[in-house]
Design a protein around this ligand. Structure first.
Ligand SMILES: [Zn+2]
Length: 576
């Protein structure tokens, strides 16, 4: 063959490149296939620092795989309070603050009925798979669409969206209002349940799963440490410090091993409740998720499906033993294995290359107050009587100066209709006013608000208090992170009239060992990890929030972000 002129060849190549390559690129970008599956993994009550504290003990295929092959944000913080389960789960797939999603707490006061309701309680639907009469649940109170809802819209309902958790709210809220199904664990029956919101009867595969009594095989299980105790002493300290305070009435102990019976002689409600305070419900969830993937054929066609899996055991164990306990360390190591099993399964069935994965948590947790006190950090508990005593005394002094008896101001604050509530008068550190009583006595609400706020601020341990009027007027400062977080957690039709914030490391009217809910970093700093096609792996130091997950997934999926999404697209990790 005759040697061609190299200049001409070069020209030909340039011509070829200029005419063909851009066209190819254009084609690739316009018809690029969406991933087959979006998998959201939530670990309930999981602080970002767990990834660092226990990271050297993780296996290669769980958290470490996500951090290695995905993009991980170290400064990911919730920008709302209260930092509870339902507000967190209402945020991650909507991209919305509770101020937008309406999910302001796990429970709140419903002014219309005078009752305490939950974020997912719904008397118009029935429970499926549990015992008759047990309360059911639905996403009816969620005011924003989710990534799953938007995928259902763009695929004309062909996308399948399923949420799974031990807790009803954690299964229901990330999946969304137009999800195909949400499944959670029922404590009275020990089975996975759903509600008539989604369908009139459970799919056969769920009934089959329940028929095998998957929870009962853990009856009497002895929860031991995965690794030698020396590893735990090094990272979590001794097993039985004075601030771990597990009463014998809970049929549990401060120390390993924990024998899981709940004091029962055979599986019953007490046992199923005890099972929550062990790592084993996470194992049940992984099996159930595998069954969902197989039987619902998730990720098997070109219409992107969504599976959300929220592990709850970490939260129960954390509440009982605290974030610096050997138990939390152990459940974290076991969760690493659960995630490895789930990712391996998804890889085999769908292929990780076809899957977009996000991992986050709904909130962190503070040290047990007595632990924080022992460390000199000012930990403590603000008694209910201190808060209400000061507030009611101030109300009475201002509006009943003649000390009439009975005191006409006695009903100025709203009580809850439920008898068994243990935080009567306020919930989520919100105080609700009784508008009828205030109107009856011609009390000026603005002045009354000021009296309550001023009184609350005299209670030792209360750092801040904001009134409804302040928040609605925008009279709070967006540059003050505490005020901003209070505003982001305030939904006018559902929130109270005064919002209180405790000092760091202090709880208001809480008897539980360890908890969360504050606007402080131990409660707000959680992992945000996204892994999949189009995402540049790495450790990112830019500020981020779980609110950013929904808009970022939407950008990767090339769909409209959910209705109230105000999060940021995490462009620093996206391929152009
Ligand atoms: Zn939670």
């Amino acid at each position: 063959m005759r040697q061609r002129n190299p200049v001409a060849l070069g020209l030909a190549v340039i011509l070829l490149l200029s005419s063909v390559v851009p066209a190819q690129r254009r084609t690739q970008s316009t018809v690029q296939k969406r991933p087959k599956l979006v998998l959201l993994i939530v670990v309930d009550q999981f602080r970002y620092d767990y990834l660092e504290r226990f990271g050297d003990l993780f296996g290669p295929d769980g958290f470490r795989r996500l951090m290695r092959d995905g993009a991980s944000w170290t400064q990911s913080n919730y920008d709302h309070m209260p930092t509870y389960t339902a507000p967190g789960h209402g945020t991650m797939m909507t991209g919305a603050y509770p101020a937008e999603s309406g999910i302001i707490g796990n429970e709140w006061l419903d002014r219309a009925s005078g009752k305490r309701i939950t974020s997912v309680s719904d008397e118009s639907v029935k429970l499926l798979g549990g015992l008759p009469g047990d309360p059911a649940a639905s996403p009816s109170r969620l005011m924003a669409s989710t990534v799953g809802d938007e995928l259902r819209l763009v695929t004309n309902d062909r996308a399948k969206v399923i949420g799974i958790s031990v807790k009803d709210r954690s299964a229901i809220l990330p999946a969304g209002r137009h999800a195909n199904a949400a499944y959670w664990f029922n404590w009275t029956s020990g089975t996975m349940v759903s509600s008539t919101y989604y369908f009139n009867q459970l799919p056969a595969w769920v009934t089959t799963f329940n028929a095998a009594k998957p929870a009962d095989k853990y009856f009497g299980a002895k929860w031991e440490r995965l690794l030698p105790e020396s590893e735990y002493i090094k990272r979590a300290g001794p097993d039985n410090p004075s601030w771990e305070n597990v009463p014998s009435s809970w049929n549990d102990t401060n120390s390993f091993p924990h024998t899981i019976t709940g004091g029962a002689t055979s599986p019953n409600r007490n046992f199923y409740t005890a099972l929550d305070y062990s790592p084993y419900t996470n194992d049940i969830l992984v099996s159930f998720a595998q069954q969902a993937i197989v039987n619902e054929q998730l990720g098997q066609d070109d219409d992107t499906d969504v599976l959300t899996v929220s592990f709850s055991a970490n939260d129960y164990v954390g509440h009982r033993f605290g974030p610096y306990s050997q138990e939390v360390m152990d459940v974290t190591l076991r969760t690493d294995r659960n995630i490895a099993t789930l990712l391996d399964f998804v890889n085999a069935r769908v292929g990780l290359a076809n899957t977009l994965i996000a991992l986050t948590a709904d909130h962190g947790v503070s040290p047990i107050p007595e632990h924080a006190a022992a460390m000199g950090l000012g930990g403590g508990r603000v008694p209910f009587a201190d808060v209400m005593g000061k507030i009611q005394a101030a109300i009475s002094a201002r509006y009943n100066p003649q000390k009439k008896s009975p005191d006409p101001t006695a009903d100025y604050l709203l009580r809850f209709a439920e008898a068994n509530t243990w935080r009567e008068w306020f919930i989520n550190n919100n105080i609700y006013f009784n508008y009828d009583a205030l109107r009856r006595d011609g009390v000026n609400i603005e002045e009354f608000s000021n009296v309550v706020v001023a009184a609350a601020l005299t209670v030792p341990g209360i750092a801040r208090a904001f009134s409804r009027l302040q928040l609605l007027r925008g009279a709070t400062s967006i540059t003050d992170p505490i005020e901003r977080r209070a505003l982001h957690g305030f939904y006018p039709a559902r929130s109270g009239d005064v919002v209180m914030v405790a000092e760091p490391f202090k709880y208001i009217a809480e008897t539980i060992n360890a908890t969360h809910g504050s606007p402080y970093s131990y409660d707000t700093n959680v992992p945000t990890i996204i892994m999949g096609a189009g995402v540049n792996p790495g450790r990112y130091l830019e500020p981020a929030a779980p609110n950013d997950i929904a808009p970022t997934l939407s950008a990767l999926l090339r769909i409209t972000a959910p209705s109230n999404s105000t999060g940021r697209v995490l462009i620093e990790a996206l391929r152009k």
